[in-house]
Design a protein around this ligand. Structure first.
Ligand code: CP
Length: 305
């Protein structure tokens, strides 16, 4: 029985395997339509979500399985004080696999330590979001055909953006990756990721506040929302939230084959006018997330098709 809490728990070979399964699902969906017949996924979301919860649920339905859904903490016995550990033990009596989102870093790990079924971290606080990373990786694979030799710009809230932390951790295992960290001073990438992940891997990186200055070198631009829900101070959030707004004029020096990613939801970071640009990949990324979650559910349930 295996859980996935951090993207680094999946080896490069396993990620290649998940990408291959996702590509096969895309090409042969009918082959997978009963793969999880009789299995149940429980989605336990203690924090709001549109994409992650619904794509997990769509993934399980498309595999022929069923879903038990807890869409908010307020509708659960967490409001009565039930612990994450007890919740995990209880849900293990009903379901075959859990996808859990929680505002507290480490909560899905606690669930995994207490559940008797696999637990997938669907986002924990500002820490990690491994299945968003799987969506990002499939998007990079489909747009670029490789994970090596890419210059990837991360722009916006690099401090609280858990999708950024996870994707950098995943990319650190590939050759020839350069990361460009674009943020205001207050929203810089946490030091522990630079030290424990990037420095350890010998990953090349630069930090800047100037998106336009680095735009020409980027193969991928990963835009992010400023995470208002993680600020302690409303005033700081209001001051920083519109630090970067990608508009068509800002792409004038960008590569013709730049891929623009965003984990969504977007607020103001990408003008709607960019959506029709062939370089905008963020809605493709949403769909890729469903395929990778299908592949991961199959892997953790030990089902081969
Ligand atoms: N990308 C992402 O995690 O979106 P949701 O918060 O809507 O799940």
């Amino acid at each position: 029985m295996r859980s996935v809490i951090d993207i680094r728990e999946l080896s490069v070979e396993e990620i290649d395997g998940l990408v291959a399964t996702a590509m096969d699902i895309i090409e042969n969906p009918a082959k997978y339509s009963e793969a999880c017949k009789g299995k149940k996924l429980a989605t336990l979301f203690f924090e709001p979500s549109t994409r992650t919860r619904l794509s997990f649920e769509a993934a399980m339905y498309e595999l022929g399985g069923n879903v038990l859904s807890m869409a908010s903490a307020s509708s659960s016995s967490a409001t009565k004080g039930e612990s994450v550990a007890d919740t995990a033990k209880v849900i293990s009596c009903y379901a075959d696999i859990i996808a859990m989102r929680h505002p507290k870093e480490g909560a899905p790990l606690v669930a995994a330590m207490n559940a008797s079924i696999p637990v997938i971290n669907a986002g924990d606080g500002g820490h990690n979001h491994p299945t968003q990373t799987l969506a990002d990786l499939l998007t990079i694979h489909r747009e670029k055909g490789r994970f090596n030799n890419l210059t990837v710009g991360f722009c916006g809230d690099l401090k609280f953006g858990r999708t950024v932390h996870s994707l950098i951790s995943a990319l650190a295992r590939y050759e020839g990756i350069k990361v460009v960290l674009i943020s205001p001073d207050e929203l810089k990438l946490p030091g522990y990721i630079k030290k424990d992940v990037m420095d350890k891997a010998g990953m090349a990186y630069e930090e800047t506040a100037d998106l336009m200055a680095v735009m020409p070198q980027l193969d991928i631009l990963y835009m992010t929302r400023v995470q208002g829900e993680r600020f302690f101070n409303e005033e700081d959030y209001l001051r920083l939230r519109d630090s970067y707004i990608l508009t068509p004029d800002k792409l004038k020096d960008a590569k013709k084959d730049l891929a623009i990613l965003h984990p969504l939801p977007r607020v103001n970071e990408i003008a709607v006018a960019i959506d029709d640009d062939p370089r905008a990949c963020y809605f493709k990324q949403v769909l890729n997330g469903k395929y990778m979650r299908m592949a991961l559910i199959l892997k953790l349930l030990g089902i081969t098709v």
